[in-house]
Design a protein. Structure first.
Length: 243
C-alpha cells in the first residue's frame, strides 16, 4: 500500500508539474519510502513533520524545477491548552483524536508538557479539530491554530547500560528486554524484533552503534555506544530507551 501511495505521489507530481504529498509516516514507513523514491529516481523530495526532530513526517515529491521547501507542506500546528494540574499524556491525546474519527496518518507528532500540548496535523483536518475537540479524556481543553516555540519535548530517552557477551542481535535483545538468549531468539525468529525499522530474523546479525531496535511488547531502544570490556571479555554497552 505504501509503495502504491509513493508511486501515485510521483505520478501526480509528473502529471501536474507540482508538488504532491503523502503521510504522515512513522519511522519505519519513512525508511521504506526513502528506498522507494530512490528506486523510482525521484530524488527531489523532502521529509518534514513540522519541527526539526519530528518522528512522524510527511513526504513531499517536488518537480525538478522547484526547490523542496518545508513551507509548502500541507500541515499545521495546533496548540492545546489545559490546566497545569491536569495530567495528560501522548496516549490521552491520540485516543481522543481517534475517538473523533481522525485517521492516524493525518496526525504527526504529539508533544505534551504541563498545561500544553502541540499537535502537528494535516491542514484539511485542522478546522474540524478546532470545532469538535473540547475534551481530552475528561479534561477540558482549548484549541488554537499555531504554536509558539520552544515546543514541548518529544519522546524522552532514558539511558542505561548492560553487559553482553557480544554484539549479536540475540545478545542485545536479551539484555534490553531482560530475557534469556533462548527467548530472545524466539522473538527474533517470529519477526517481533526490528532493527533500523526492518524485521530481522537472524539472531547472529551484528548490531552497530546508532542502530534503532524495536522489540514487540518491550519497547524501542537506541544503541548509543560500546563501553569498556570486562575482565572476562564481555562488553559494556550503553542503550537509550524511548519513554
Amino acid at each position: 500500500m505504501l509503495e502504491a501511495k509513493v508511486a501515485d505521489a510521483v505520478g501526480l507530481c509528473l502529471a501536474h508539474n507540482k508538488a504532491s504529498f503523502i503521510g504522515f509516516l512513522d519511522e519505519r514507513e519513512r525508511a521504506i519510502a526513502e528506498k522507494l523514491v530512490d528506486a523510482m529516481g525521484s530524488s527531489n523530495c523532502l521529509f518534514w513533520g513540522g519541527w526539526q526532530d519530528a518522528e512522524r513526517v510527511m513526504l513531499g515529491i517536488f518537480p525538478h524545477y522547484q526547490e523542496p521547501s518545508a513551507k509548502v507542506f500541507p500541515l499545521t500546528a495546533i496548540t492545546v491548552e489545559f490546566r497545569r494540574q491536569d495530567s495528560l499524556n501522548h496516549r490521552d491525546f491520540l485516543g481522543a483524536l481517534l475517538s473523533h474519527g481522525i485517521e492516524r496518518e493525518t496526525v504527526g507528532d504529539i508533544l505534551v508538557e504541563e498545561g500544553r500540548g502541540v499537535l502537528f496535523v494535516r491542514k484539511e483536518i485542522a478546522d474540524y479539530l478546532l470545532m469538535q475537540v473540547e475534551k481530552i479524556g475528561r479534561v477540558g481543553v482549548t484549541l488554537r491554530c499555531g504554536a509558539n516555540e520552544p515546543f514541548p519535548e518529544g519522546r524522552r530517552l532514558e539511558e542505561f547500560s548492560v553487559v553482553v557477551a557480544s554484539l549479536r542481535l540475540d545478545c542485545v535483545v536479551a539484555a534490553c528486554a531482560r530475557l534469556s538468549r533462548e527467548k530472545a531468539n524466539a522473538l527474533i525468529q517470529e519477526g517481533l524484533v526490528m532493527l533500523n525499522h526492518e524485521a530481522v530474523y537472524q539472531p547472529s546479525r551484528l548490531v552497530e552503534s546508532g542502530s534503532k531496535l524495536s522489540i514487540r511488547g518491550k519497547g524501542r531502544f537506541l544503541f548509543d555506544r560500546v563501553g569498556t570490556e570486562t575482565k572476562k571479555g564481555r562488553l559494556h554497552i550503553f542503550m537509550k530507551k524511548y519513554r
